[in-house]
Design a protein around this ligand. Structure first.
Ligand SMILES: NC(=O)c1ccc[n+]([C@@H]2O[C@H](COP(=O)([O-])OP(=O)(O)OC[C@H]3O[C@@H](n4cnc5c(N)ncnc54)[C@H](OP(=O)(O)O)[C@@H]3O)[C@@H](O)[C@H]2O)c1
Length: 245
C-alpha cells in the first residue's frame, strides 16, 4: 500500500509505539486519526505531526463505537492500544484480566470486523496488529501472552479471508520497547535481553511492512528465531527460557 494520501486510524496513538507509528505515517503523507483516553497525550502527538486526535476509551461500548466508526472509513487501521500485567495469575484482579483481554484481543477483532467491509468496497486496505514476542509464553505474563498469541492467530486467519480483496494484514512482534508500557503495568523491565529498542524503530518496520504487505514482522528481527524454536521444540524453548530468562 502507498501511504501518501491514505486515511489511517491508529489506536494507542497517544503514547509509545502508537504515537511513533502515527508520527511516521503523517510524515509519509497519510491523514492520521489517533485514538486514546489521554487528551493531553493525544494533543502532544497531534502537534508533532498533524494527526487528528479522538478521545475514547476502547473498553467502553461508546468508545468502541467511536473507534469502529473511524475504522469503517479508514484505509489503514493500526491496532497499537494495549496494556500489560505481570505477576502471579492468582493475584490478578478478575476485572483487570477481563479488561486486558478486551483491549489486547477483543477490541482489535471488533475494529477489523468494522473496517473490512469498507476496505472490500473500496478495493484496498490494510490492517496492522501490534502483538508481542510474549506470544511464545512469558512467565508471569500468562493473560498478556495468551491475548497476544490469540491476536497472532486471528490476524493469520483473517489474512486468508481477505486475500482476494486487496486487503493486507500485518502482525508485529516487538520485543522490549522503550515506552511507558512497563511503568503502566506496574513492573519494570528487568531482563538482560532482548535489549530495549526505541519506538521509532518499531514504527519504521511497521510502515515498511504495510507498504510491502508483510505478514509478520519481529522487532528486532532476530527475535523470530525465538518464536521458531518455541514452535518447533517447545520443551527445549521452555528449558532455555527457564535458564536464561
Ligand atoms: N513496550 C513494549 O515493550 C511492548 C512490547 C511488545 C508489545 N507491546 C505492545 O505495543 C502496544 C503499544 O504499547 P506501548 O509500548 O506503546 O505502551 P504505552 O506507551 O503504554 O501505550 C499504550 C497505548 O494504549 C492506549 N490505551 C490503553 N488503554 C486504553 C483504553 N482503554 N482505550 C484506549 N486506548 C488505550 C494508551 O492510550 P491512553 O493512555 O491515551 O488511553 C496508549 O496510547 C501494546 O499493544 C503493547 O502490548 C509493547
Amino acid at each position: 500500500m502507498r501511504l501518501h494520501g491514505r486515511d489511517a486510524l491508529v489506536t494507542g496513538g497517544s503514547s509509545g509505539i502508537g504515537a511513533a507509528i502515527a508520527t511516521a505515517l503523517t510524515g509519509a503523507g497519510a491523514r492520521v486519526t489517533i485514538l486514546g483516553r489521554d487528551a493531553a497525550g493525544l494533543d502532544a502527538v497531534a502537534r508533532r505531526g498533524g494527526a487528528e486526535p479522538v478521545v475514547a476509551d476502547l473498553t467502553t461500548d461508546a468508545g468502541l463505537a467511536t473507534a469502529a466508526a473511524a475504522a469503517a472509513e479508514a484505509d489503514l487501521v493500526v491496532n497499537a492500544a494495549g496494556r500489560g500485567w505481570a505477576g502471579d495469575l492468582g493475584a490478578m484482579p478478575p476485572d483487570e484480566l477481563a479488561a486486558l483481554v478486551t483491549l489486547d484481543l477483543v477490541v482489535p477483532m471488533q475494529l477489523a470486523r468494522a473496517a473490512v467491509p469498507g476496505m472490500r468496497r473500496r478495493g484496498s486496505g490494510h490492517l496492522a496488529f501490534v502483538s508481542s514476542i510474549a506470544t511464545v509464553g512469558v512467565g508471569g505474563e500468562a493473560a498478556y501472552s495468551a491475548s497476544k498469541a490469540g491476536l497472532r492467530a486471528f490476524a493469520a486467519a483473517l489474512r486468508h479471508d481477505v486475500a482476494g480483496d486487496r486487503i493486507g494484514v500485518t502482525t508485529v512482534f516487538p520485543g522490549a520497547v522503550d515506552t511507558p508500557f512497563f511503568d503502566r503495568r506496574g513492573r519494570r523491565y528487568d531482563r538482560r535481553f532482548p535489549r530495549m529498542v526505541p519506538p521509532d524503530a518499531v514504527a519504521r518496520r511497521v510502515l515498511r511492512a504495510v507498504e510491502r504487505d508483510r505478514a509478520e514482522v519481529f522487532v528486532p528481527a532476530w527475535l523470530s528465531l525465538a518464536a521458531r524454536v518455541q514452535g518447533v521444540a517447545p520443551a527445549v524453548f521452555h528449558r532455555m527460557a527457564g535458564r536464561f530468562g
